[in-house]
Design a protein around this ligand. Structure first.
Ligand code: T3D
Length: 271
């Protein structure tokens, strides 16, 4: 379906490479990069392409214009009521937001959110589901769902209490209050808040740094954290043994140890 807010030639997700770092930019700035079905489809395609491309070793996700992402586009024709007079929001979640959150969480490389402006609703939780979140000082995070009678989605019910604890998670989700980036950093919700002008350079430099590291181990670290969060300490210790056994057989481990012993910079290649 065509998007009334962009010309036919404008992609809804911009893709740019700088060496091993790929940047994906949500590109519906007139609607604060809120999600239509078409933008979801393009973002899924871009994430799949990045995951399949062995030359990509880190991903940056950001937004065009003054917003990061305002969540679901509430004017999208895909939100129209069905024959029973209701929108099947569950179907929208299953088709779009669930696979989006899963793809980010399963990326074989680190994913950095460069939050350039307001991140609301599913847009906030899209950012929070990334591995490292850097936000511009003027950016903010809004769990807008309660204002329209919904619960946090795109992973929000899982992420928020884990990142913030129940009291603060419920505070943000129930009030729908705006959380400025500086406060998000103080609460430990994000990695770093930087001056607006420094956002992209900071995020890209961090992505370049991670891209030179053993990214297979970085992605395995994210996965192990997520799995261990559901486990007893004993089970987590067994998980660590299993993952270390696998990584210990990988070329990157041999390279890391050899580089240390030979007092040289390592050249990591696994993914
Ligand atoms: O199917 C489902 O619904 C399930 C999925 C749910 C996931 C969700 O994300 S639910 C939450 C949806 N998002 C929201 O409720 C946020 C709505 N937006 C806002 O509350 C505000 O726009 C912001 C707080 C994010 C920013 O406020 P402000 O004052 O900086 O900007 P603005 O003037 O409100 O917005 C600028 C333009 O973007 C404006 O268009 P206009 O008037 O200039 O033509 C506004 O309508 C548009 N826009 C912003 N958010 C959305 C949007 N258009 C469509 N959908 C949006 N979500």
């Amino acid at each position: 379906m065509s998007d009334p807010l962009v010309s036919l030639s404008d992609p809804l997700v911009l893709v740019a490479d700088a060496g091993p770092v790929r940047t994906l930019t949500l590109n519906r700035p007139a609607a604060l990069n809120s999600f239509t079905g078409a933008m979801h489809a393009q973002l899924r395609e871009a994430l799949d392409a990045a995951a399949a491309d062995g030359s990509v070793r880190a991903l940056v996700l950001t937004g065009a214009g003054r917003g990061f992402c305002a969540g679901q586009d509430l004017n999208d024709p895909g939100m129209a009521a069905g024959p029973d007079g209701h929108v099947d929001i569950g179907a929208v979640i299953e088709a779009n937001y669930k696979p989006l959150a899963q793809k980010i969480r399963a990326m074989p490389v680190p994913v950095i959110a460069a939050v350039n402006g307001v991140a609301a609703g599913a847009g906030a939780n899209l950012a929070l589901g990334c591995d490292l979140i850097i936000a511009a000082r003027s950016a903010s995070f809004i769990q807008a769902f309660s204002k329209i009678g919904l619960v946090p989605d795109c992973g929000g019910t899982w992420l928020l209490p884990r990142l913030l604890g129940r009291a603060r998670a419920l505070g943000l989700a129930l009030t729908g209050d705006k959380l400025p980036a500086e406060q998000a950093e103080r609460l430990g919700l994000i990695w770093q808040c930087v001056d607006d002008a420094a956002l992209i350079d900071t995020a890209t430099a961090l992505a370049q740094r991670l891209a030179a590291m053993p990214v297979k181990a970085l992605a395995a670290t994210r996965q192990a954290f997520d799995e261990a969060a559901q486990m007893s300490m004993d089970d987590a210790l067994s998980l660590e043994a299993r993952v270390q056994r696998e990584l210990g057989r990988a070329a990157d481990f041999a390279e890391g140890v050899a580089a240390f012993q030979q007092k040289r910079a390592p050249q990591f290649k696994d993914r």
